[in-house]
Design a binder for this molecule. Structure first.
Ligand SMILES: [Zn+2]
Length: 337
């Protein structure tokens, strides 16, 4: 696997997460522990390695990506970097000696104090005892450490770990073929890009457009977003009157939260470059997202993105849908001041 290949694969599979994490590192906002929740083939290892390379790269590109050429990048790619500690289960379980190795490395990092990143794949295969000993290090991060815990199924993860990590859901990124198929299925252009961020299948997309649900949701989220950007306290009221009724069941509530992520992601994408409105999730509010992209500092936009990305984990943790959206709205309005 060449080093360009990993970063390119990560970008192809998870363009939004890659740009999100590159910006978190750039602005020094990387948290101590993340849970990357993604089915096989969604690029969780590639994104994890891209994050590791970006942390150590000596020659970050103009696009804010790891270069893939410098000695640090090369050592990480070769699996031979002393400060990138990677564990993959050996068979069905993460073995006791692998956990012992992890603990020893954590302890070492406390002494050395230098940047260190831990990547533990299939963390669901840890025994409860092993997971609990890992928790201690997540709870009391030592030195300059980052832990990336990877899983294909967060439902198998202990709640104690879920509650102490930031959960990042890896959604399968739609191939160009999906956009074409959506067009063939009669989906209007203004909804196509948004749908490719929400689902991988044409039939699931078609379910979302039934009875204009998607059109109504796109309008409601766009108006809520506009109110937030205008520092209009009525954004809070819109949660109750317009967003909450869209979430008639848990699945739809999840879709609404994903849609909220996308509207802020539109703004983030426009901060770096001009984006053709047809490539925005919310072309209707393009002038607003463009304005806020230039008004807000990168730090604030990244903070907002982080807060919106956290809502899916809150929903999975059984928090009330309305309460999640209200808390998010207050956090966002606070960033707008
Ligand atoms: Zn490099």
């Amino acid at each position: 696997m060449s080093e360009e290949f990993v970063v390119a694969t990560a970008q192809r599979l998870q363009p939004q997460l890659v740009s999100h994490f590159m910006q978190l590192i750039q602005s020094n906002h990387l948290a101590h522990a993340y849970l990357f929740n993604g089915a096989d083939g969604t690029g969780r290892q590639e994104v994890a390695r891209t994050v590791a390379m970006r942390l150590f790269c000596q020659n970050v590109t103009d696009d804010g990506l790891p270069c893939g050429q410098c000695p640090e990048c090369r050592r990480i790619m070769a699996g031979d970097h002393p400060d990138v500690v990677s564990v993959v289960p050996d068979g069905q379980r993460i073995k006791v000696d692998q956990v012992r190795y992890l603990k020893a490395e954590f302890t070492k990092s406390a002494v050395e104090g230098n940047q260190k990143i831990f990547i533990v794949d299939q963390v669901d295969r840890m025994t409860t005892g092993a997971a609990n000993s890992l928790l201690k290090f997540i709870e009391e991060p030592v030195g300059n450490t980052v832990a990336l815990l990877l899983t294909a199924n967060k439902n198998l993860i202990l709640p104690t770990i879920l509650s102490r990590t930031q959960i990042v859901d890896f959604i399968k990124v739609a191939p160009q073929a999906l956009t074409t198929a959506l067009a063939k299925a009669g989906i209007v252009p203004s909804q196509r890009y948004l749908l490719t961020t929400l689902t991988e299948s044409v039939s699931a997309a078609q379910e979302l457009v039934v009875d204009d649900w998607l059109a109504n949701a796109q309008t409601a989220v766009g108006q809520w977003f506009t109110a937030c950007c205008d520092r209009d306290e009525r954004a809070f009221v819109r949660v109750q009157t317009e967003l909450v009724p869209l979430g008639s069941n848990r699945d739809r509530q999840g879709v609404v939260l994903d849609m909220v992520v996308q509207v802020w992601h539109d703004a983030l994408r426009q901060q770096a470059n001009a984006v053709d409105p047809t490539d925005l999730a919310y072309p209707q509010v393009a002038p607003v997202s463009q304005r806020v992209a230039h008004q807000l500092s990168i730090d604030r936009l990244v903070t907002i993105m982080t807060e919106t990305l956290a809502t899916r984990g809150q929903l999975a943790g059984n928090l009330n849908f309305q309460a999640i959206l209200e808390a998010l709205t207050l956090q966002i309005l606070a960033q707008m001041r």
